[in-house]
Design a protein around this ligand. Structure first.
Ligand SMILES: C[S@@+](CC[C@H](N)C(=O)[O-])C[C@H]1O[C@@H](n2cnc3c(N)ncnc32)[C@H](O)[C@@H]1O
Length: 224
């Protein structure tokens, strides 16, 4: 299989200037933004004491940093990693404009360039479908978590590979989860790596997406 990483980087660099135009990307609408802040706070939450824990969160495939910003606003320490330098620039600018701190690195989410650092939460939204080896990435992510840490994977199954529509990149059809991954398939991949997991369906919450959706969308939350 040819390595599509170069083409994937170029695709997302080109997409960066307009990426936030989608309601669930830019979170410009107050209701969409509030909906994501609500679900994130339930997944990346305070401990049993109810006192806010400041958690170390690694947001892989962070894009323009919209979720990173919500996490920073909630008081967490956020590191974002993205393959596309133009995405990382936008994430840095977004947090700076909001007066929030966060660290953003250009790199491959499958091998985050964060050395021996360990995190309380690894967040990934809408990334697994474009990874050449998602199973290896999941193993690498679990290894970056502290004991008791959480994986928060926001994913979906949007379309069949090869379905008509704008082409993504050459060779994309060979990506294992091109078109998305069902909750059942992702749970099967994650379950051997973690202590427990749960799936939260998200298709029924139009505020998250800027309108109703008919495809499968969900979050998988796992504890190691
Ligand atoms: C659909 S966007 C999602 C962005 C962000 N997580 C969000 O939900 O708004 C996919 C992102 O993954 C990034 N990406 C794709 N492959 C990657 C890889 N191997 N490592 C890191 N980032 C990657 C792209 O540059 C893009 O920013």
């Amino acid at each position: 299989m040819s390595d599509p990483t170069v083409a994937i980087t170029a695709y997302w660099d080109a997409a960066a200037p307009t990426f936030d135009d989608e309601p669930d990307h830019g979170l410009r609408r107050a209701d969409t933004r509030a909906a994501w802040a609500r679900v994130l706070s339930s997944w990346v939450s305070a401990g049993p004491s109810g006192v806010l824990d400041v958690l170390d969160v690694l947001d892989v495939g962070c894009g323009t940093g919209s979720l990173s910003l919500l996490l920073a606003e909630a008081g967490h320490r956020v590191t974002g990693v993205d393959l596309a330098p133009r995405m990382v620039e936008r994430a840095e600018a977004k947090l700076a404009a909001a007066g929030r701190s966060g660290r953003f690195l250009v790199g491959d989410a499958a091998v985050p360039p964060t050395g021996s650092e360990r995190y309380d939460v690894l967040l990934s939204r809408h990334l697994l479908w474009t990874l050449p080896d998602p199973d290896a990435a999941l193993r690498a992510w679990v290894a970056r978590l502290r004991p008791g840490g959480r994986l928060v994977l926001v994913e979906g199954r949007w379309r069949e590979a090869g379905q008509s529509g704008a082409p993504y990149v050459a060779g994309a059809a060979s990506l294992p989860w091109y078109g998305g991954v069902t909750a059942a398939d992702l749970a099967a991949a994650v379950r051997p790596l973690v202590a427990d997991l749960r799936i939260e369906p998200l298709s029924g919450d139009p505020e998250l997406w800027g309108g109703p959706v008919s495809d499968e969308r969900y979050a998988l939350i796992a504890r190691i």
